[in-house]
Design a binder for this molecule. Structure first.
Ligand SMILES: Cc1cc2nc3c(=O)[nH]c(=O)nc-3n(C[C@H](O)[C@H](O)[C@H](O)COP(=O)(O)OP(=O)(O)OC[C@H]3O[C@@H](n4cnc5c(N)ncnc54)[C@H](O)[C@@H]3O)c2cc1C
Length: 404
């Protein structure tokens, strides 16, 4: 199998690198680098506009809606370089989740109304699927949407939870139950809700890393115009599955893992133990090598899928494998950063106490690396939960790969 990129792909990579060098402001680079959840809205808007002005605002959309005709391999190169250059990879709920569903199943009015402001960075979205008792078992969701007497509006009642970024979102795409009398999957619809509607209440959930990117969303007699229903009533489950299948290989988090490993190595290079850089000690360098090899193996699996050289029947199982492996690596890499830093990684040490004391060009990442909006360790404990919990992914692998 040949994994060399073609000269055209190499030229494309150079073009992408040049664009990022020219257009990523220090502000964007800061938030891209530290991985804040979420970055401030104005920074997200600035970045999305820069991408859109170049015609790269949503590379994976069809060209007629402002996307590109890039091959999967080129999208991979684009994302890899984006993270290398500390560009922002954020706002997925709108561009990567809602938009593909509206493009595939929405009507012309919905496409005209919802896609352009997303591309220009004017409007942000959140995803309202999970509920307090419906996570992995999503089909059991209870939020109800009933047509009012004149049949012009849905009246929505219920509660969503773990809704990322709802506090900065203008709109949300929600799974709601429109028919409680049929098989659970058949009674679910896909509804677009203006988050400023009366009856919508967003409350932050403070997570273990101190962040407030997660929320719970309460919907009390929210009136939603019938036009905001995407596709057919009762087809929401099918659309949601389509949405979750769209980004098959990004679940490996290759770019993230590579970059965070570089941070861990930089920390270990600067930490001196008995006169030797930690990175050069046998125990630590072995751990780095193990993780490096695992990331490389995972990257090759992704490239193999992208190159379509080994497409098997059970692609779902392959994607679940990437998710399990990629999310576990996210946790291992951030553990490595913490271990490299030792006690100063503890949340007890905050930026004010230790700012300026770390021997690294990435000073702002050092003190209290386990904690805080800008640091990754605690947040990545969730990577084996969101986007499909690890055990559920393993069930999929067992069923599809081994016929269990
Ligand atoms: C950081 C973060 C961001 C999120 N963002 C969003 C968002 O924007 N929008 C949204 O809608 N949701 C979001 N979620 C919710 C996420 O999709 C759910 O947390 C996830 O689907 C798991 O559901 P749950 O939390 O109800 O856990 P459960 O489904 O109750 O699972 C609890 C445990 O039981 C295990 N388990 C469950 N079922 C099985 C089974 N059949 N076999 C074996 N083990 C099983 C799971 O693996 C897990 O370990 C987010 C979650 C997190 C942590």
């Amino acid at each position: 199998m040949n994994f060399e990129f073609s000269p055209e792909d190499d030229a494309f990579r150079k073009e992408v690198q040049q664009f990022f060098r020219d257009s990523i402001s220090p502000q964007v680079a800061h938030y891209g680098y530290v991985g804040a959840h979420p970055p401030p809205r104005e920074v997200l808007r600035e970045w999305q506009k820069a991408l859109s002005d170049k015609g790269w605002g949503a590379p994976h959309w069809p060209q007629e809606f402002g996307g590109t005709d890039w091959s999967p391999l080129r999208k991979h190169i684009f994302l890899e370089e984006l993270l290398n250059a500390n560009g922002l990879d954020y706002g997925w709920q709108g561009t990567h989740m809602m938009a593909p569903v509206v493009i595939a199943f929405g009507n012309q009015w919905q496409k005209d109304t919802f896609l352009p402001p997303l591309l220009s960075g004017e409007v942000f979205w959140c995803q309202g699927f999970s509920e307090p008792n419906s996570g992995s078992d999503l089909a059991s969701l209870k939020t109800r949407a009933e047509l009012d007497e004149d049949g012009t509006h849905y009246i929505v009642n219920g509660q969503k939870i773990w809704t990322s970024d709802a506090m900065i979102a203008d709109w949300g795409f929600f799974l709601v139950r429109t028919d409680p009398t049929v098989k659970p999957q058949r009674g679910i619809s896909f509804l677009l809700i203006d988050m400023k509607s009366p009856g919508v209440t967003v409350r932050p959930i403070i997570s273990i890393d101190g962040g407030d990117g997660l929320t719970e969303v309460f919907l009390e007699n929210v009136r939603v115009p019938k036009e905001n229903l995407v596709g057919e009533p009762g087809m929401g489950w099918t659309y949601a599955k389509y949405l979750l299948e769209k980004e098959r290989t990004s679940s490996a988090f290759i770019y993230f893992n590579k970059r965070e490993l570089e941070k861990a190595k930089a920390i270990a290079r600067a930490e001196i133990v008995d006169g030797v850089p930690l990175l050069e000690t046998p125990a630590f360098s072995r751990r780095v090598a193990e993780i490096e090899a695992d990331i490389l193996g995972l990257e090759w699996s992704v490239l193999r899928i992208l190159a379509k050289e080994e497409l098997r029947d059970n692609l779902d199982a392959v994607v679940s494998t990437l998710k399990v492996r990629g999310s576990e690596l996210q946790q291992r890499v951030t553990e490595l950063q913490v271990d490299a830093m030792g006690p100063r990684a503890l949340r007890f040490f905050d930026h004010d106490t230790l700012a300026g004391t770390a021997p690294s060009e990435w000073d702002d990442l050092w003190p209290g690396i386990m904690y805080g909006r800008t640091n990754m360790y605690f947040f990545q404990r969730a990577s084996t939960i969101y986007g499909g919990a690890r055990e559920v992914q393993k069930n999929i692998i067992a069923k599809l790969a081994f016929g269990l």
